[in-house]
Design a protein around this ligand. Structure first.
Ligand code: SF4
Length: 609
């Protein structure tokens, strides 16, 4: 086997044991690793029982996986997966973390956490040896405090190398908030999916990994070396602007020119506040530019600091999605305000996208008089950083109105609709339990297509959008390959170079058709698990739709009046089903399963008719 070890390390938290699980090469060839491997392993383990698996129960495994490209391709990402407490399906969430490299250097392609600890614990893996240790002294902490104290704990408790990387959860994860993230370093998050809550339900505060071995051998080291050097140069050259500005450039480009940035819970998608731009962030908040994750020539990150009410707030950037969701979506148009809220989200261990989305939903309900001061306990106002910070903390600690908002936008809308006796789901900007990424589709100028979110097997996830052509870098097959490789999307230039790279690492000699079949296979299996869903929400073709607001005309900006057209979306949906080999209800057909080698899962289709 080349590029992978062919084994995972499984830790049973309940029993306090661990074991190595062998994975045949055929499985890697079919699913690569990361998101694809997680989908296969969970489908195989649970099959029809998937519907009854509670994502927040100890039975839901948490998978931290690498892929065949981990360690060889520039940059680093760790795949975080399991049954999502947001979508009740599998979300391939990724976070930039050197834990991925250390896992491979430990002789494993990933870590699977099963069961749960009785008391707060952390997991320490050194060269494949597992220790489950007491974490009560760091339970309740987040952000810098957690990082400092956990570093000391690792040193004293297990004599860990001072450079041991780890992933962790903040207070939100401990409180099983469905918008909680699995965090890395200070401000990196695997946000989509709500896996911070899954980790919290297992009472695992952190996972630290150190390996002193080599990476697995590759098929053609010499050519790979040449390819690596030319990839480094090409990526650096092509991503120059990204190195300078990171994704923060979107605060102006996406907000002003493309008119597809969330503003006040998506009631608008345009702004013309010049200071709320990459230049504004650079002048007002950046103290370091650029910095990078392991082996990354792009170095898209920046470090921001803001002082507010006598406190210092630090975050990386914030990147475009954070600036959009914890800035414009909440009516905050100052770099400082966005940095304060982003830093707070990091400290609490919250996903900025999911949390900014549910907060925008709450502020809109308050403005409309649907939520009252009595219910919230204070006034909610667009752009008021003080009340927004308070609301965010209430969500992380499930206090007051935060208890219902901690369920995420989809469930909060359902619960409040029931309570108020009116349908509030039209204000919920989400798809299948996942808040929509900060790229609108109404202007038609940004990268998502009208069906991008509606047809994605990961709902509103902007890093896994559906699109045409279905075998291209516009498709969800492509995004699933990136998440399974596992590589950072900003370091990949095109599909042919990635395929060449994969072949040099693995020796599989895949052609472009087989390459995209891997992606099609992954999303087909994800689609089956998504449709089975459960236990508290299930999805059908009816849910393959955009948030209702996307059918309303844009009220401002250069594309004023522009909106999605339902007939067009319906037509595209039919075309997409047909091209993916799904029937008129969006259910993958038996023939499709056979074509992509998923016959063993055919009996699961019976649950969908
Ligand atoms: S492009 Fe940015 S996010 Fe991706 S690995 Fe490099 S530094 Fe990290």
């Amino acid at each position: 086997m080349k590029g992978v070890w062919g084994r995972l390390l499984e830790v049973d938290l309940t029993a306090g044991t661990s074991r190595s699980i062998e994975i045949p090469e055929k499985v890697y060839r079919m699913f690569l690793g990361g998101r694809g491997l997680a989908t296969y392993l969970l489908a195989r383990e649970f099959r029809e029982k998937w519907r009854f698996l509670d994502p927040l129960s100890p039975d839901n495994p948490l998978l931290l996986l690498t892929g065949p490209l981990t360690g060889y391709y520039p940059g680093v990402k760790l795949s975080v997966s399991g049954k999502s407490p947001q979508s009740n399906s599998i979300i391939g969430s990724v976070v930039s973390s050197e834990v991925a490299i250390e896992l491979k250097a430990s002789g494993f392609d990933g870590l699977v956490l099963k069961g749960s600890c009785e008391k707060p614990c952390y997991v320490f893996v050194e060269n494949g040896n597992v220790e489950i240790r007491d974490a009560s002294s760091i339970w309740g902490l987040g952000g810098l405090k957690l990082i400092k104290q956990f570093n000391s704990l690792l040193k004293e408790d297990v004599k860990a190398d001072p450079k041991t990387p780890f992933v962790y959860i903040g207070p939100a994860g401990e409180n099983k908030v469905r918008t909680a993230a699995v965090m890395a370093k200070l401000a990196h998050a695997a946000g989509y999916g709500g896996y911070g809550a899954v980790m919290g339900a297992k009472r695992v505060k952190a996972v630290a990994v150190k390996g002193y071995g080599s990476l697995p051998p590759v098929d053609d080291p010499e050519s790979l070396n040449t390819l690596f050097r030319s990839a480094l140069g090409n990526i650096k050259e092509r991503m120059k602007r990204f190195r300078q500005w990171g994704t923060t450039e979107g605060t102006w480009h996406t907000g002003y020119y493309l008119s597809s940035m969330p503003v006040k819970n998506w009631s608008e998608e345009w702004h013309d506040v010049k200071d709320f731009s990459h230049v504004g962030f650079e002048l007002e908040t950046w103290v370091k530019n650029p910095w990078a994750d392991w082996g990354c020539p792009v170095a898209c990150m920046k470090l921001s600091i803001a002082k507010w009410k006598g406190e210092v707030f630090i975050t990386d950037n914030p990147d475009y999605e954070m600036a959009a969701y914890l800035g414009s979506n909440l009516g905050v148009f100052t770099p400082k305000g966005a940095v304060v809220l982003s830093s707070l989200a990091d400290e609490l261990g919250l996903c900025g996208i999911q949390t900014g989305n549910v907060m925008g939903f709450a502020v809109e309900l308050y403005e409309k008089g649907i939520l009252t001061r009595d219910e919230v306990g204070y006034e909610l106002k667009w752009g008021d950083v003080e009340c927004l910070a308070r609301l965010m903390k209430d969500i992380a600690y499930r206090r007051g109105i935060g208890e219902v908002l901690a369920e995420g936008t989809f469930r909060a809308a359902r619960l409040l609709s029931e309570k108020k006796g009116v349908d509030l789901t039209k204000y919920a900007i989400q798809v299948k339990g996942i808040a929509v990424g900060a790229h609108g589709v109404r202007s038609g100028k940004d990268y998502p297509q009208p069906i991008s979110y509606a047809l994605s097997v990961q709902g509103g996830d902007h890093t896994s959008v559906a699109g045409f052509p279905v075998n291209s870098t516009e498709s969800e097959a492509w995004y699933s390959i990136l998440d399974s490789g596992v590589v950072c999307m900003f370091t990949v230039l095109d599909d042919s170079s990635l395929l060449e790279y994969l072949n040099k690492v693995t020796g599989w000699g895949l052609d472009p058709g087989e390459f995209y079949d891997i992606g099609r296979r992954i999303i087909t299996l994800q689609r089956i698990l998504l449709l089975i869903g459960g236990p508290d929400a299930e999805w059908s073709a009816r849910d393959d739709d955009n948030p209702p607001r996307f059918y309303e005309p844009l009220p401002t900006g250069p594309y004023k009046g522009s909106a999605l057209k339902r007939e067009e979306v319906d037509e595209l949906k039919k075309k997409y089903y047909a091209e993916m080999g799904w029937d008129e209800k969006g259910i993958p057909s038996e023939e499709t399963l056979k074509r992509v080698g998923l016959e063993e899962f055919t009996p699961m289709l019976n649950m969908l008719y």
